[in-house]
Design a binder for this molecule. Structure first.
Ligand code: MG
Length: 159
């Protein structure tokens, strides 16, 4: 039986932080602020997987009050979500994510993001879709105050 999950995340852009999206360090004047590396794409995908499994959310598994996750690379969260899927005897069918960022241009980094995400999940890169859009200068994303990401995941669970 195929189950689907949805994930959404947003983090503020601030000076003095690296910008990490989909596990890739992207040159930019600002980076995303958060307890971990604040990789919104990986966080959204992680929540989508946990949602499909009925296993709560990323904040439940990796509380931002836990010093173990301070500045943690978010691939750890994806690896744990994949472990949870295995624990449920489930197979991740595919992942699709959209990043909403006014800047910087993400096109040149999409392929590397896809590889990082598929590696963390132990998935064929063909099963991972990553897309990016601007917010047409509207709202907090359009003003460059933050970056958002959303993801859906399909998981094949034994019935
Ligand atoms: Mg997050």
């Amino acid at each position: 039986m195929v189950h689907v999950g949805i994930g959404y995340d947003v983090h503020p852009l601030v000076e003095g932080r690296k910008l990490i999206l989909g596990g890739v360090e992207i040159p930019h004047a600002k980076g995303l602020d958060g307890h971990s590396d604040a990789d919104v794409v990986m966080h959204a995908i992680c929540d989508a997987i946990l949602g499909a499994l009925g296993e709560g959310d990323i904040g439940h598994h990796f509380p931002n009050t836990d010093p173990r996750w301070k500045n943690a690379a978010s691939k750890i969260f994806l690896q744990e979500a994949a472990r949870q899927a295995t624990f449920h005897d489930a197979k991740i069918v595919n992942v699709d994510a959209t990043i909403v960022a006014q800047q910087p241009k993400l096109g040149p980094h999409m392929h590397a993001m896809k590889l990082h995400i598929s590696q963390a999940l132990g998935l064929n890169p063909k099963r991972v879709g990553i897309k990016a859009t601007t917010n047409e200068l509207l709202g907090f994303v359009g003003r460059g105050e933050g970056i958002a990401a959303m993801a859906v995941v399909a998981v094949d669970l034994p019935s």
